[in-house]
Every structure is written in structure tokens, then in C-alpha cells.
Design a protein around this ligand. Structure first.
Ligand code: ACM
Length: 266
């Protein structure tokens, strides 16, 4: 399966420009599954809900979704992308899974980071695993968004649900996640795709910078790719997601069968 990430610098408040950039970067690329950053339609640094709600889209509707659906149809591929989702008065920091047939799933970010708490409603769908099918195989993928990485239970839950690949749209501001995802990959024996953004959002007297360095890891913790910190990059690797079904790390240790749930804190 050909899978990868697209790293770019979404322009704050300019969904039309961001979709043009995504189309341009994916134009000549062939893939089965592509992961885009968090809030890839809007950018990140909003001061008020009012600013953000104007640019948000209902799940499975709107120009950003329509454009990703068009790409998914043309490429006969799946796309996971972060976006600002409106639902009535509420805004969620969400990710959509788009298939060649249309919207296949929505995940709403569970663990909101810092001032996101002023803008977004925490996700109410929980952590979800989805089946996707290519010509040759049907596999399971899970979605989590950015700061969810800091809660190992999130990746663990997706892995226990059967996710073979964790798709991880991100707008990372701290430098730890790209290293921490090594642990998420090896402790669960899953592939990990962290699609981060780079650049700085400026809004009034506030600014925030993002760390780029998107990563793709296999289920043994090998970094198949690590993007530059400040450049566009589309990386695509041929992987065998079936490797993630085997949770043995040696003949005597199976990462799931050896769990001692009775001793874990709930
Ligand atoms: C983050 O969750 N965007 C840091």
C-alpha cells in the first residue's frame, strides 16, 4: 500500500488558497492513503469563535470537503485531513476520512491544547477505527489529532481496536512528538503517520510557530521519513500494513496478550 503525508504551511484564514496548495502538491502523486495536517483548511491561530466559525465546514459539506473528495476520486485513494468542523453553534477540531465514494468518517479531537479550549468543543465521538479497502487489501486505520499524542491511551485504544496505521494530522508547537511517536509505534506495533505543518501564524499581537518534521514510522519503529522543519514535503512509502497485525516482539512476548489490565489505573 502506498501511503504518506503532506506537510505544508496553511495560510491563516484562507481555505481557498490552502486547497489550491494541496491540489498542487498532490497533482503528480500516486497513493492509496494520504494524511494532511490538522486544521488544513483554516490555519490555527484564531482569537475568537466568530472568526473561525465563518471558515468552518459541516462534516461532508463545503468547498474544502468537495475538493478533497475530487482528489480522492481522481486518485482512487483515501485522504485524512484536519479541518475546522461546525455543528450548529459548536466548532470541533476534526479530521475527515474521505474515500473515492465520499465521506467515510469523522474524528473530533479529544484532547484540546492550550487556547484551543476557548474555541473548540472537545470531541464527543471517542477514538475511532475505520476500514479502508484498496484493490489488494482491506485494512484498519485510526485517527488522532496532534496533542492526542501526549495521552498514550489514545494510540493504545486505536491499536486495541485493530488500527494498523495511526493517521495523525498535527499542528505541533512543541518538539517532542516526532520522537514520542517512536514509542507509540513500537509499544503498539502500528504504523504511524504524523502529518505536521510548518510556518508561523500571526494574528494581531499574537503569533505561534509550528515545528514541521512530519514523520512516517513502520511498526518496528523505523523512521521511513522525517520531513524538514520548514518546507513543503509530500512523502509516500510502500508499506505492508499486515505487519502490524503481528503483535509478537519475540516468540514469548505478545504486546497485547501480555497486558495486565488488572494492575492498570483506570
Ligand atoms: C496541538 O495540539 N495542535 C499542539
Amino acid at each position: 500500500m502506498k501511503t504518506g503525508y503532506l506537510q505544508f504551511h496553511p495560510e491563516l484564514g484562507n481555505p481557498a488558497k490552502n486547497i489550491e496548495k494541496i491540489k498542487y502538491l498532490l497533482k503528480d502523486k500516486e497513493f492509496d492513503l494520504m494524511v494532511l495536517p490538522e486544521l488544513a483548511n483554516t490555519g490555527y491561530l484564531f482569537n475568537t469563535k466568530e472568526e473561525l466559525i465563518k471558515l468552518s465546514e459541516k462534516a461532508g459539506e463545503g468547498n474544502f470537503y468537495d475538493s478533497l473528495f475530487e482528489i480522492a476520486k481522481t486518485k482512487n485513494a483515501y485522504i485524512v485531513s484536519g479541518f475546522a468542523e461546525s455543528d450548529g453553534e459548536k466548532i470541533y477540531n476534526s479530521a475527515m476520512l474521505v474515500s473515492p465514494e465520499g465521506i467515510k468518517g469523522i474524528y473530533r479531537k479529544t484532547h484540546l491544547f492550550y487556547e484551543e479550549k476557548k474555541l473548540f468543543t472537545p470531541g464527543n465521538y471517542g477514538l475511532k477505527t475505520f476500514s479502508i479497502s484498496t484493490e489488494n487489501e482491506t485494512i484498519k486505520i485510526g485517527i488522532m489529532i496532534c496533542f492526542d499524542w501526549a495521552f498514550p491511551e489514545a494510540a493504545r485504544t486505536l491499536a486495541l481496536q485493530g488500527s494498523q496505521i495511526i493517521c495523525h494530522p498535527s499542528n505541533l508547537v512543541m518538539p517532542y512528538c516526532q520522537k514520542a511517536m517512536f514509542a507509540r509505534a513500537v509499544e503498539n506495533r502500528v504504523f504511524v503517520i504524523t502529518a505536521n505543518r510548518y510556518g508561523t501564524d500571526v494574528s494581531g499581537d499574537k503569533s505561534i510557530s509550528f515545528t514541521g518534521g512530519s514523520v512516517l514510522l513502520d511498526c518496528s519503529g523505523n523512521y521511513l521519513a522525517s520531513a524538514p522543519i520548514d518546507k513543503d514535503e509530500v512523502f509516500i512509502a510502500g508499506i505492508n500494513p499486515g505487519d502490524a497485525l503481528n503483535k509478537f516482539i519475540n516468540p514469548n512476548n505478545n504486546l497485547f496478550e501480555d497486558r495486565k489490565e488488572e494492575f492498570y489505573y483506570n
